[in-house]
Design a protein around this ligand. Structure first.
Ligand code: PGA
Length: 250
């Protein structure tokens, strides 16, 4: 009942020119895939050109970040209404933003509310560090991140969100969490926390992605887990084999 969603987070890679060349290379392949929602998240300056290049296809476009205010003296930031002409999605609270740019749980919560108010689908990232994992703190930390992100959100708003569980130690390292590890946190922590807040009916409708070294080779195994509804993909979304990855997500 939950449509799988595969999103490519291009991070700080590709210019407007190289982004369009790449999307032209993978567009037909992605558009031919049935039963999977597919999103690409280019760097901000490439978003308008990529949005134009995917017009008429089923490929969605997302931003990698957004500020929660509508306008004003916030040097370097982008407001929701600057994204909405081009984007349907926005990644919020990615661990790189939390680690390098000081994003807080409170800020992520405000951004989620602002995105929803503008009709954007937030892809909300949560995940523990290696140290937290090794200290046995994964459950309490990730559960706390989910509670903070969804604070004050109605059930209807929660259902409009996608969550990405990305263990930080698995991002860009080639170290994927095992299906058992990923599935048990996604089911036993993320969805369990949502069930605690909103009840089972609502929690069952919210899509939860796994992220961290997902490739065309391991996606099928991850998707076979009943609680994993897709993936947020970094490195492997920059290559033409992203088409194969998305096709293998069914
Ligand atoms: P990766 O990145 O697939 O390169 O590990 C995932 C992410 O950061 O979303």
């Amino acid at each position: 009942m939950r449509t799988p969603i595969i999103a490519g987070n291009w991070k700080m890679n590709k210019t407007a020119v190289t982004a369009v060349a790449f999307i032209e290379e993978i567009r037909a392949g992605l558009d031919a895939i049935e039963g999977v929602e597919i999103v690409v998240c280019p760097p901000a300056l490439a978003i308008p050109a990529v949005a134009e290049a995917v017009k008429g296809t089923k490929i969605g476009v997302g931003a990698q970040n957004m500020y929660f205010e509508e306008s004003g003296a916030y040097t370097g930031e982008l407001a929701p209404n600057m994204l909405t002409p081009f984007c349907q999605y926005v990644i919020l609270g990615h661990s790189e933003r939390r680690a390098y740019f000081g994003e807080t749980d409170e800020g992520v919560n405000k951004k989620i509310k602002a995105a929803l108010a503008h009709g954007l689908t937030p892809m909300v990232c949560v995940g523990e560090s290696l140290a937290q994992n090794e200290a046995g703190e994964t459950h309490s930390f990730v559960s706390g991140q989910v509670r903070a992100a969804f604070a004050g959100l109605t059930a209807e708003q929660a259902i409009a969100c996608v969550i990405a569980y990305e263990p930080i130690w698995a991002i860009g390292t080639g170290k994927t969490a095992t299906v058992e590890q990923a599935g048990s946190i996604i089911g036993g922590t993320v969805r369990a926390t949502l069930t605690d807040i909103y009840g089972n009916d609502v929690a069952q409708q919210i899509r939860i992605q796994y992220g961290g070294s997902v490739t065309e080779k391991n996606i099928a195994e991850l998707m076979a887990h009943p609680d994993i509804d897709g993936a947020l993909v970094g490195g492997a979304s920059l290559k033409p084999t992203f088409v194969e990855l998305a096709a293998n997500a069914k």
